[in-house]
Ligand binder design. Sequence first.
Ligand SMILES: [Zn+2]
Length: 65
Amino acid sequence: MRIIKEGTPPHKEKKQECVNCGCVFMYERSDIHTDKRDGDFVICPSCGAYINLINHLSMEKKEAI
Ligand SMILES: [Zn+2]
């Protein structure tokens, strides 16, 4: 195969908000960690919290009001 016109592969970044600290960041595939039990998650660059990409409810927020 030969390239006739060079293309630029689009960055498939996704926006994610941290449910722990409220940080909004962009992540891409290389930032995604996969765990057999917990599935796919990214780590918040601000607070280091694990953010599950499939089930956002996995981070239990215990609000004592
Ligand atoms: Zn955070």
